[in-house]
Each structure stands twice: as C-alpha cells, then as structure tokens.
Design a protein around this ligand. Structure first.
Ligand code: TMP
Length: 233
C-alpha cells in the first residue's frame, strides 16, 4: 500500500433530504457485525422505530444471486473490475428496490456492510487491483455514485478486530470461509487497516467499536450511540 492511500479526502455520503436514517455496520469477517446488526435492529424496534434490517452483498433476490457469484469458492479468480462492479451491481439493485423506498417511508435502515466495505476490501485489500490505492478509491466512489445516486450512511459502526481472531471464530463456529475470507490474514490485515483509515478520515460518521468484548456489552454500546444519534436528529 502506498502512503498516499490514507491521505485521501473523504467524500461526505448522506441520505440528503430523505426522512429515514441510514445506519451501517462494518468490519472484517468474523468481527460479529451481523450479530450486532440484528441486535441493533431489535433495540431500535423496542425503542419504537420502524426498522429495515438488510445486508450487502445481497438483500434482494437479484442482489442475493450476485452475492452467490461473488462468494463462490469454486471461482478461482475474477478480474478486479468485475469484482468491483458486481458488488456495485448488487448495491444498485439493493438501493433502488429496498433501501431508498424504506428511507423515503421514514424508516431506519440498518445495513450489514456498504461502500466502506468496497473501499476496504477492493481498494485496500486488493491493493487497488494494480493501480494506486487512492486512484482505486476514486474510481470506486465514482462508480458507487452511479449505483446509489449518492445515497450513503449517516452513521456507521466499525467493529474492529484482529482478522486472525475473526477467522478463528469462523473455525470455532464450523463455518467454511467464503471466497474473500479464503484470501487469508495478510489480505484481511490490509482490509482492517483500510477500515481504520476510513474511520480516521470521517470520525463523525464512523464510530470505531473494539470487537473483542462480550456480545452484550458491544450491543449495548452500539444501541446507546445509535439512539443518542436518532434523538439528536
Ligand atoms: P459477509 O460475510 O459480511 O456477508 O460479506 C461477504 C463478503 O464480501 C465479505 O468477505 C466481505 C466482502 N465484501 C467485499 O469484498 N466488498 C463489498 O463491497 C462488500 C459489501 C462485501
């Protein structure tokens, strides 16, 4: 990774004038973000909010089919741009058919992964597919705008964990690694550094939550911060 890869200007993503609130959870594989996304959705529902819980890649029938291609371990290699565009194609479908309508109805959307994952995995993890990381980030952001119409989260929780611990959790759970996890810890170390660089660039939006604690402690902390954000809004 080149040093300029962490000195980029963060592009402010936002839901603009939509009445709903878009919250994402991010982190390396095994960081517990899917569990925490589900827990946050329950906590917000209990607090009286109307919540849509979803995930990327996936979330709609077409996007789930794209997910199957992306995570298929039988596919040994894929061009970098194909991988990026498939993640973004899944996102385009997800945003236009599920997320944007929910935000227009005023719901809180809790999504397991979004653009930060594409930047962390495809720009930092894949080292820009051969171009400089900062240039890859620019290209991804531009294509992402086409896929989303500029829609992005207002609040993000980054569950930060040493990737080797995340992979251990997957082994203990008896789950076989998907195509990206199969890249191993050197790749995932770059992904983690990417996430942390993104959080450093946008500290107001991205809250870094150490993911080594108990599930309950972490979910209480995330719910507390999310409710405080929603009350201030
Ligand atoms: P998941 O295991 O959290 O469901 O995510 C599926 C995999 O896809 C995970 O290894 C991260 C990867 N991914 C990317 O590489 N780029 C992306 O844009 C997204 C959303 C996920």
């Amino acid at each position: 990774m080149t040093t300029d890869s962490v000195s980029f200007n963060a592009v402010n993503q936002s839901t603009g004038q939509l009445p709903g609130t878009f919250i994402t959870l991010e982190g390396v594989d095994g960081s517990g973000k899917s569990t925490q996304a589900a827990a946050l959705s329950v906590a917000l529902k209990n607090a009286g909010f109307s919540v849509l819980l979803s995930r990327e890649p996936g979330g709609t029938p077409v996007a789930e089919q794209i997910r199957d291609i992306l995570l298929d371990r039988e596919i040994e290699s894929m061009a970098w741009s194909t991988e990026v565009l498939l993640y973004l194609a899944s996102r385009a479908e997800h945003v236009s058919t599920l997320l944007r309508p929910a935000l227009e109805r005023g719901e809180v959307v809790v999504c397991d992964r979004f653009l930060d994952s594409t930047l962390a995995y495809q720009a930092f993890g894949r080292e820009g597919g051969g171009v400089r990381v900062i240039e890859a980030m620019d290209a991804i952001r531009r294509a992402n705008d086409l896929a989303t119409g500029g829609l992005g989260p207002e609040l993000t929780f980054l569950l930060d964990l040493d990737p080797s611990e995340g992979l251990n959790r997957a082994v203990i759970a008896g789950r076989s690694p998907d195509r990206l996890e199969g890249e191993g810890t050197v790749f995932l170390d770059r992904v983690r550094d990417g996430f942390l660089a993104l959080a450093e660039a946008e500290p107001d939006r991205i809250h870094v939550i150490p993911a080594g604690g108990t599930v309950t402690d972490i979910s209480e902390e995330i719910a507390r911060r999310a409710l405080s954000y929603l009350q201030r809004k």
